[in-house]
Design a binder for this molecule. Structure first.
Ligand code: HEM
Length: 506
């Protein structure tokens, strides 16, 4: 959820594009700087602070980091972070290493990058930590959003919502997703103006999310209006939640109202329509209207509105931005697109022209491209949690109640398995010599999170990204004006990636 983005891709939150921790000497390349006093044994021990059994002093110290002067540090850090967040982290990585304390949006916080600790803490959701996004995000996602729901409500919501994101549900959505893919590529290739792929890829992902989630294909104008509202909305997610007119937060509150009004209309339409009217095409809203938890309870209108909003948002920012990152990479290294085309040609030979769900599952090379994009250009930088009790992290203490920022992207960039050429875009690293996917994915790779809050839309994201790339590789060529265009703070290409799409014939 970039930011959520940290899920919120567009968020400034923690995009660490191009940010590397300091590489002080050859031994440390690709690894977080060791925290003084942190031993391997301690890292793999209990995360709860059992000082006596760990052999440390009774109360381990909190990690090194910013000196916290009440209000002042929170304010100064927040300003620094909002104006250039990659630099905010880079400065501290250089000074303190991959584990440090700070204060953001007036939350005392520890930032964690070590892959073992990030994974363990994500898996310890509801036990040692609890999702703890900033207040601005709580308010804007709404009281019923799964992303911010506390333990008990989260379990219940997850039980209901996951019914719309199963493997079986994906098979039902695929025809709709393919329609959107083909329509989008045809529109792009027919465009007389250069296509701005950064915006166009997010519009595609929004079109997929809206169609799959609500069963409604928005007309062009509504689509553009809602996308604009979502941009304004995203800008308010990580801010100080004071509704002062003209501030990003106040604008985001207004955008939320507009979006919810549209969603309510869709829910009422869906309730009024019946299965026959949906022409056999399934959608998540219809599944959610019928879904019940173990006590037979259904979602209320307010819950449905917040859930659909969260999923529309979480579902399109992330996927769209990931797809936009594929295009420069396949243009900079033409052999990558050639291999993707070869893979499709072989699939056509074996299974015919149809792109079925099973065909999408047989694309190891395309999957390797997507994995490599998510490793190098991961859209979710970090997720926010709160310590439910004193925790021990790499031999240091995170006091109960503090925020822990778990940097999933940085953990992926630092994976020891790929340390030798971590900066290179090389899909082959995800494949065996036979071309099959690597048997064991490195544990530092967590683009969809981990544990009880692992991305609910992961199957949908994978399916739509594979489907778009399959149609592209079979029928089209994309040419960006400048594949080396720079990305502002790592998340937004300065000119929005202009380029053209041409029909391709093998
Ligand atoms: C490339 C695309 C995507 C990426 C990288 C991604 C990443 C993530 C990550 C890292 C989380 C965990 C957040 C946390 O631990 O707090 C998450 C959660 C979530 N994602 Fe995604 N996501 C993607 C696409 C989608 C899509 C397509 C949808 C739905 C339409 C979606 C819906 C959600 C929801 C509802 C959650 C919250 C799950 C929970 O709290 O139980 N995501 N996503």
């Amino acid at each position: 959820m970039a930011g959520l983005v940290q899920h919120l891709p567009n968020h400034r939150v923690t995009s660490l594009q191009n940010v590397r921790q300091v590489k002080p000497d050859a031994n440390l390349i690709g690894h977080p700087r060791p925290v003084p006093g942190a031993t391997k044994a301690r890292r793999s021990g209990s995360l709860v602070c059992h000082a006596a059994s760990s052999g440390m002093s009774a109360t381990p110290p909190v990690p090194e980091g910013d000196v916290d002067i009440p209000l002042l540090t929170g304010l100064a850090n927040t300003i620094e972070w909002l104006s250039d967040y990659p630099e905010f982290y880079q400065k501290r990585f250089k000074k303190f290493g991959g584990l440090f304390k700070t204060n953001l949006l007036f939350n005392p916080m520890v930032v964690v990058t070590d892959e073992n600790e990030v994974r363990r803490l994500l898996q310890a959701e509801h036990k040692l930590v609890e999702s703890a996004w900033p207040q601005s995000m709580h308010n804007l996602l709404g009281p019923n959003a799964i992303l911010t729901a506390p333990a008990k409500a989260h379990k219940k919501q997850r039980q209901i919502l996951s019914q719309a994101f199963t493997d079986a549900a994906m098979r039902l959505y695929l025809p709709t997703v393919l329609d959107v893919c083909r329509y989008t590529l045809a529109q792009w290739s027919a465009s007389e103006e250069p296509v701005l792929f950064y915006s166009a890829a997010r519009a595609f992902a929004f079109d997929v999310a809206a169609t799959v989630l609500t069963g409604t294909r928005f007309d062009g104008n509504t689509l553009v209006r809602m996308r604009e509202d979502f941009d304004v909305y995203a800008d308010g997610l990580f801010t100080v939640p004071l509704e002062i007119p003209g501030t990003p937060y106040a604008k985001a509150v207004k955008a939320r109202k507009n979006i919810l009004a549209e969603i309510e209309r869709l829910i009422l339409d869906a309730k009024a329509s019946n299965e026959a009217q949906s022409r056999g095409r399934k959608n998540a809203l219809r599944l959610l209207l019928d879904a019940e938890d173990e006590n037979g309870e259904k979602l209320t209108m307010e819950q449905l509105k917040d859930q659909i909003l969260t999923q529309l948002f979480a579902g399109h920012e992330t996927t769209g931005a990931t797809l936009a990152r594929v295009l420069p990479e396949i243009q900079k290294q033409p052999h990558i697109l050639a291999k993707m085309r070869q893979e499709q040609a072989e699939l056509i030979q074996e299974f015919g022209d149809d792109i079925t769900y099973d065909v999408l599952e047989r694309m190891p090379y395309t999957d390797a491209v997507l994995r490599e994009v998510m490793r190098l250009h991961g859209i979710v930088d970090g997720v926010w949690r709160q310590a439910l009790e004193d925790l021990e992290v790499q031999g240091r203490r995170v006091p109960k109640g503090w925020t822990v920022q778990l940097m999933v992207k940085q953990a992926g960039l630092d994976m020891p398995e790929f340390a030798a050429d971590a900066d290179r875009f090389r899909p082959e690293r995800w494949l065996e010599d036979s071309g099959a996917p690597v048997k064991k994915e490195p544990k530092g790779f967590m683009p969809f999170g981990e544990g009880p809050r692992k991305c609910l839309g992961m199957l949908l994201a994978k399916m739509e990204m594979r489907a778009l790339l399959a149609v592209l590789a079979r029928e089209y060529t994309v040419e960006l004006e400048d594949p080396d265009e720079s990305w502002f703070q790592g998340f937004k290409p300065v000119n929005k990636l202009p380029g053209r799409v041409y029909k391709y014939q093998a």
